[in-house]
Design a protein around this ligand. Structure first.
Ligand code: SAM
Length: 293
């Protein structure tokens, strides 16, 4: 494979930034394109070089590894821009999965993308999609909530805001917060809300638990092993509520009330707006009601 540096607002010599997804556990999930890109770029930028070094060593790739930390976004962006301007091709990886998804990179992609630098995605695993693919909860529409706030007040506020969300909700969670998060969800969403907990996806001890929040609380408390590792929590959306604001009466009842105050034509017009029915039908109905003895 040859790395392409296609359309860009910059001169030909400017390098390309590749956003490279890596496995979320099982190294066999790396793609051929990711391997080729990591092999061929001039620099591989990583959150934690020790972690990425292990990945590269496993695949026999000798790369020029650079640590880029999230604490100085501006400095990191300037550094990367400098390399790209020298014509170097750069790969950005995170510790696992897809960069930018609950991982660093947003600032630099936003800035460099806005400046017209060529940014190429090299797709692969992301725990959200991997978990959704086996959850068995609706996937036609879902929300990705990432990590909940660490503090109790913030977490409960976020969950309360999501209580009536009708779409499937996807949360990331770590081992030290999984139990309090499940308890808070149980309290706020109710014990019967369906949930799927995907633990250690693609790894040796992968487990997928499906049940209600009450079942999940019992399951996770039953065995300390169930509390270890990395988690994706997928919560069923809230049932769609009948619109409590909707007018719940027949068109006859509505017209009778309107006719007490308004002429027939006006009553029919307002009833048509409220019910969505045809104005001339409602006019006939209103006339019949008016002429009743
Ligand atoms: N960028 C990553 C992605 O694309 O999925 C996510 C990085 S985020 C810092 C790490 C979180 O992702 C973990 O705390 C966990 O919630 C989820 N995660 C990552 N790998 C996982 C796995 N193998 N099994 C379950 N959850 C995982």
């Amino acid at each position: 494979m040859t790395l392409k540096n296609t359309e860009t607002k910059h001169p030909r010599s400017v390098g390309t930034l590749y956003i490279v997804a890596t496995p979320i556990g099982n190294l066999g999930d790396i793609t051929q394109r990711a391997l080729d890109t990591l092999q061929q770029v001039d620099k591989v930028c990583a959150e934690d070089t020790r972690n990425t070094r292990k990945l590269l060593t496993h695949f026999g790739i000798q790369a020029n590894l650079k640590a880029i930390h999230d604490h100085n976004e501006q400095h990191k962006t300037d550094q990367l821009r400098g390399w790209l301007d020298r014509g170097e091709n750069i790969a950005l990886v995170s510790d696992a999965g897809t960069p930018l998804i609950s991982d660093p990179g947003y600032h630099l992609v936003s800035i460099l993308g806005g400046e017209g630098y060529k940014i190429v995605p090299i797709p692969g695993a992301s725990a959200i999609i991997v978990a959704l693919s086996v959850a068995g909860l609706p996937t036609d529409r879902f929300t990705f909530e990432g990590f909940l706030p660490a503090k109790t007040i913030g977490r409960n506020k976020a969950l309360t805001q999501n209580k009536k969300e009708n779409r499937t909700q996807v949360y990331y969670e770590s081992s030290h917060r999984i139990i309090p998060t499940i308890s808070a969800m149980l309290e706020i969403f109710g014990e019967n809300r369906k949930v799927v907990l995907a633990r250690e996806l693609t790894k040796m001890y992968e487990q997928i638990f499906r049940g209600t929040l009450l079942d999940l609380q019992a399951w996770i408390s039953a065995d300390p092993m169930h509390q270890k590792g990395e988690f994706v929590l997928i919560v069923e959306g809230a049932p769609v509520e009948e619109n409590s604001d909707a007018v719940n009466c027949s068109s006859d009842e509505l017209l009778v009330t309107l006719l007490e105050e308004l002429p027939v034509k006006q009553a029919a017009g307002i009833a048509a707006k409220i019910t969505g029915k045809k104005k001339n039908e409602l006019y006939r109905q209103a006339m019949a009601l008016k002429n009743q003895p």
